[in-house]
Design a protein around this ligand. Sequence first.
Ligand SMILES: Nc1ncnc2c1ncn2[C@@H]1O[C@H](COP(=O)(O)OP(=O)(O)OP(=O)(O)O)[C@@H](O)[C@H]1O
Ligand SMILES: [Mg+2]
Length: 207
Amino acid sequence: MKGLFLTLEGIDGAGKSSHIDALEALFKARGRQVTRTREPGGTPIAETLRTMILTQPMDPLTESLLVFAARRDHIVRVIEPALARGEVVLCDRFTDATFAYQGAGHGFDTAVLSALEQWVQGRPLQPDITLWFDLSPELAAERLAGARLPDKFESQPVEFFRRVAAGYAQRAAAASRFVRIDAGQSRDQVWQQIEAALAARGLMGSR
Ligand SMILES: Nc1ncnc2c1ncn2[C@@H]1O[C@H](COP(=O)(O)OP(=O)(O)OP(=O)(O)O)[C@@H](O)[C@H]1O
Ligand SMILES: [Mg+2]
């Protein structure tokens, strides 16, 4: 069985985490082993870096280096071994988020991000499919209000998320692995879009 690398992307509050349980259940019901993980994070080192990245102010290059350092550890220890075992890897955010947040959101040089991506992802390692949860920043903020305390990124103004969303749109336009999910719809409708996208790409396998 060939490994499948699926990433979930979109601004804070877009609904990524809300659908990862169902995705795991869907693939397991089809007999697949599933490794479920997230970025920044997914290993002890990367989770330590995550805490630093999400809580401490730092200059954009430092932040990008830490994000890619965490990613390197995550790829080597978790993602590549799982794919080599033929598993489905479900990853809540990956490199597209770095281009959207550090690049489009904070205006950091995307040429530097591309260079880091080459270094860290080598061959290159890219997702097979990326579910892009597209939601307006206003609706996302409404959904997040009261849900939890905001981290360093979540407390950014709505203009920041507009730039992040535009960054995702730009990435999505450039790669066929992206599936745009209209995340403004109800949970059921969002899930139907996800199932339809997986089926259309022949990724559901047989039961
Ligand atoms: N389709 C939907 N309709 C209404 N509310 C939703 C929908 N999907 C998710 N929510 C709610 O919106 C909030 C944000 O969802 P979720 O935590 O899944 O977003 P996220 O993309 O994982 O955000 P983050 O990047 O901050 O982790 C949650 O309170 C969730 O219950
Ligand atoms: Mg989440």
